[in-house]
Design a protein around this ligand. Structure first.
Ligand SMILES: O=C(CO)[C@H](O)[C@H](O)COP(=O)(O)O
Length: 308
């Protein structure tokens, strides 16, 4: 069995979700679970990554976005296992961990800001902290959400890979807070504004070591984790629910926009709106909502949720 190129334990962090309920999903593969000492969750990430890469890695890929987190390690492993010629392919990282992962795998890392003007990535792969029925995602558990978003939005399609704990009907079902990257000087002001929007006790994320103070992102910014009530999906709005913050309940798009409008916010860890192909049809580039999310299930199968 091929080993991951970097240990999934490479990352710091975080909030740990529990098992989700399942609904309206399609099982597309039931691989035999290999004998190994890996935990079932790690095996499920690996299985999902293998199917996602098999279905979406372009044969002649020139530019590929590589996200951050523990699951993306298996995506890189699956790319290597394809055995294709990667010598002409550039891999665009979403932060420090991601760049080290690419380099350790013997692939060519090219920073986002050194890509030639107008470059469009063939595909971007990344993990998520939670994914709802509409394929909106919460990201930023590993504090890389800003670079993850610009990379996803520069790709023809964004493919998400996750384990079964991330599969939920609505965002903030299991994962309790929205990660928001903010300028340190504005952090307290942003917290006040988030409370006005109904967030219950938003907090600045601390470093692993208390003496280091707040965690700093790759941009030198802070992360605020803002708990809100579970967010509404399209079906809820179509069924007549109000998604405008009444009683602290928001529709995903509305809340994401409200938070982004707060001065001092660099980026919000909600990936929503257009998919890459929708953006292309509208005459733009990229989209932050995945076209498909692959979930490694507890029984060793892989389930895919696809955007309409
Ligand atoms: O958004 C992210 C980092 O900012 C990660 O993609 C997300 O936290 C998922 O991580 P993992 O694969 O370790 O569960």
């Amino acid at each position: 069995m091929i080993q991951p190129v970097l240990s999934p334990l490479f990352l710091c962090r975080r909030l740990t979700p529990t098992l989700p309920t399942l609904f309206r999903v399609r099982t597309i593969q039931s691989p035999q679970r290999p004998q190994s000492t890996m935990s079932a969750v790690e095996e499920s990430k690996r299985a999902a990554a293998k199917v996602a890469v098999g279905n979406h890695y372009p044969k002649d890929a020139r530019w590929v976005g590589i996200g951050s987190g523990t699951t993306i390690v298996y995506v890189v492993e699956a790319i290597k296992a394809l055995g294709v010629d990667t010598s002409a392919t550039k891999y665009v990282p979403t932060g420090y961990q991601s760049k080290q992962l690419i380099i350790s795998a013997g692939l060519t890392a090219v920073e986002f800001d050194t890509m030639p003007l107008g470059t469009v990535l063939d595909v971007a792969f990344d993990g998520a902290d939670e994914v709802d029925e509409d394929l909106n995602c919460i990201k930023g558990g590993g504090a890389c959400l800003f670079q993850e978003k610009i990379v996803a939005m520069q790709a023809k399609e964004f493919i998400c890979v996750a384990d079964h704990r991330k599969l939920q009907p609505r965002l903030l079902t299991n994962w309790k807070a929205i990660p928001i990257e903010v300028a340190p000087i504005a952090a307290h002001r942003v917290i006040s504004k988030l409370k006005e929007l109904g967030s219950i006790d938003p907090t600045i994320r601390a470093s692993a070591s208390a003496k280091e103070g707040p965690l700093k992102t790759d941009q030198g910014f802070f992360i605020i984790d803002a708990p809100f009530k579970s967010m509404l999906i399209k079906a809820d709005i179509e069924a007549g629910q109000d998604g405008n913050g009444k009683d602290g309940v928001w529709a995903v798009d509305v809340l994401a926009r409200k938070i982004k409008e707060i001065v001092g916010v660099l980026e919000v860890g909600i990936f929503h709106g257009q998919t890459g192909p929708q953006a292309t049809i509208a005459g733009g580039i990229g989209g932050q909502r995945p076209v498909a999310t692959y979930f490694g299930m507890a029984d060793g199968s892989v389930t895919v949720r696809k955007a309409e």
